[in-house]
Design a protein around this ligand. Sequence first.
Ligand code: FES
Ligand code: ZN
Ligand code: ZN
Length: 304
Amino acid sequence: MKCKFCDKPAVIKLRAYNLKLCGEHFTSFIEQRVEKTIKKYRLFTKNDRILVGISGGKDSLNTIYILNKLGYKTEGLYIDLGIGDYSKHSKEKAIAFTEKFDIPIHIYEIKKDFGLGITEISMLLRRKPCSVCGVIKRYILNKFAYENGFTVLATGHNLDDEVATLFSNVLSWQEGYLARQDILLPRKHDKLVKKVKPLALISEKESAAYAILKQIDYIREECPNAKGATSIFYKNILNQIEEKQPSTKLRFYLDFIRRGKKFFEKALKEREDALHSCKVCGYPTTREVCQYCTIKNEVQKRSG
Ligand code: FES
Ligand code: ZN
Ligand code: ZN
C-alpha cells in the first residue's frame, strides 16, 4: 500500500476520505485540516491569545501542539482534579509534554478551592462525578481565561466526542444542548470567553495516530469515573456504523452544523436571553446562583 502523494509506504488508511498516506503526508493532512477548520469557521486569528485546556490526553495535547506549530499564540491550562493516580499520571504527562515542546503551562488545583478532589465532592453531594467535574472544569477554564486576558478558550474535543454528544442529544431531543452544539461558541456575556474546538473534524483514530507519529506521549488510561459511561457506549455504536458506512460520522456532524442547527435557533435565543450574572461570583448563568457557586456552597456546608 503506497502513499497517495509520494512513493513511501502508507502507514494509515483514511476510509472517510478514501486516502492512504505515509507518516509525513498524514501529519500534514491533519495540520492542514485543522487550519482549514480555523479559517472556515473563523475560530481565531494570529492576534488572539488562546488558552488550551489540557488534560494530558492525546486530543488536548495535539490541539496545543498543532496550534503552536501553525503559529498561533497558545498557553495551556491543566486542571488537577484530584482524582488519585489518574490525576497524578495525567499531570506528569502534561508537564513532560510542555517541557519537551517548550509550551507554557499553568496548573490549577481544585483542592485549593474545595479542599477535596472530584470523587470526594461527588460523594459528598451524592451527584455523578462527571457532571460535577464538567461544571467545575468549564467554570475554571472560562474564569482563568477571562482573568488572564485570553481572548479564546480552546478544548480538544474530537469528531467522535462531538458525534457521540450529538447522537445522545438527538436521541432525547435536548433542544437546549442541540442549540449550543457547535465548533465555535461565541461570547454572549462580558465574562464569557469565546470557546472553540479546532479538532472537531478530526476523528479519535486520526488523533491517536497523529500523537504517535509526532511522539506526543499522552495518558492512555481513562478516568476511573468514566467506566461504563454512556458516551463510550454511543461511540462504540457509531464506530460500528462507520465501519459499514465510512464517513457517516463526519457527514452526520457537518450536516447538523450546516442544516440541522438552524431548527434550534429559538432555544438558543431563549438561553441567551436568560443569561445573566451569578449573584455570588458575577460569572454567567441562567440561574440566580451559578452551578459552581452552588457546589462550592454545598461542599462548605456539608464538610462543616
Ligand atoms: Fe472528570 Fe473523570 S475527568 S470525572
Ligand atoms: Zn507520502
Ligand atoms: Zn457563581
